[in-house]
Design a protein. Structure first.
Lengths: 131, 131, 131, 131
DNA sequence: GTGGTCTAGACCACA
DNA sequence: GTGGTCTAGACCACA
């Protein structure tokens, strides 16, 4: 359910955080549902439990999940997850659009690209970007 | 002419590269014009010459500038700069739009944000998109 | 009669201990009254009997309750319970007040907060004092 | 300048965070002043740099300090530090006062204890508390 | 040198 | 078993 790109410059724990938030937003992870334990998920994804811990702790500090020592980690609910994902994403988007504008990309072109992505017309998959 | 944000998560050398490409695209840096030496620019911007060197090297490998040993670095011309900037930027934009879509941002909303940025209606600058 | 907050960072067994001591201090649990068995209470509260056991053992070592093998656990009396609760609490209070002072909280403000809590004017319950 | 209690149940990284915030609030660490590097402080305090990192990263996410890779970590300013320290401390204080009240500590007694601490009349030093 | 990421592994409190 | 803390150590990008 969670797929990571180990080659990406985006740290694994951040990819994990985003994945989990998306799963919540998509309604796959429901309120109070228990997440896999840091150890179990570590084994499943082939990464160190400490890395999972880091992701879980950040998600907890964002109010997206809550952890009870000795019991496990649980989904807090959809609201915080949605808010966090949205605001982060919109901030990123605004940044990149500003960059595009400075790079001489026209408004029309930018709008078309957005529409293309939403309509599934853009063929390129997850382009590796250099920064 | 070149302004850097030392607190940004975007590395200085990348900011430098983008700035220079933008100056070329804007026609301020013209073909065959000589760039300041790494030392001079280092002093001017108050940063390590190594950082400037790194930016110049990348720009050279992208074909945006060229160097003549013992003489200095020069602008290659506008074409490469423009192409590089555009393609990088468009790839990034597409990526982020895909992310936004996954995050539950609607097409309409995304389009409006793009328009807002182009029309200067969005006030926030370079948002921290960290946590 | 005993209410636990499973999400609190305060461990369940500690919450249990405090609850029982409070019930004694309030006169609800009287001298030589028998406590529910660890199993019964475990079922009632929906928690592991080991957790109850841990609380009972600590209470016994504090002289708040006593156990008779094969019969059960009983209330020792009000004195120990009151002393234990008081001294622990006062020590904690002093610590936190010292902290508050270091944090720049003024004496007046601290006094007012105390009065507010006692007069029921502070609405917030059991605030998360994590991050 | 920073002293840690390695025996405390309060994790080292949290003690570090609080210490740094106090130093900022006291005006000893001033705006934009550079903090010791994670490695240097690790050596100085005899603890692992990773532990320092954790503290620094939390402080950064709280807006108390900012870090620039390759350069160092710096004090953001006094405002956030003060706000964070204050709110955390007041929350803790309210919690403990509520506990004290349940434990049968009278309002008068609580107020006197607060006054005593502020007036330096309380002799006991940093009592080891059991939770 | 400086922050940041990740692993392997140990140990603890708690349930 | 579950989360949480900490260490030792490696490796990376950046300045």
């Amino acid at each position: 359910m969670i797929k990571l790109d180990y080659r990406s410059r985006i740290p694994i724990y951040r990819q994990l955080e985003e994945s989990i938030m998306e799963l919540i937003v998509l309604g796959i992870y429901e309120k109070d549902m228990q997440l896999p334990s840091v150890r179990a998920l570590g084994v499943e994804l082939g990464i160190n439990p400490n890395t999972i811990q880091k992701a879980y702790q950040e998600l907890e500090s964002m109010g997206v999940i809550y952890s009870i020592t000795g019991k496990g980690s649980f989904i807090q609910g959809i609201d915080n997850a949605q808010d966090q994902l949205r605001s982060k994403t919109l901030a990123k988007l605004a940044d990149v659009v500003r960059e595009a504008r400075l790079a001489g990309v026209g408004q029309q072109e930018a709008l078309e690209l957005v529409a293309a992505v939403y309509n599934g017309e853009d063929t390129e998959k997850e382009v590796k970007q250099d920064d």
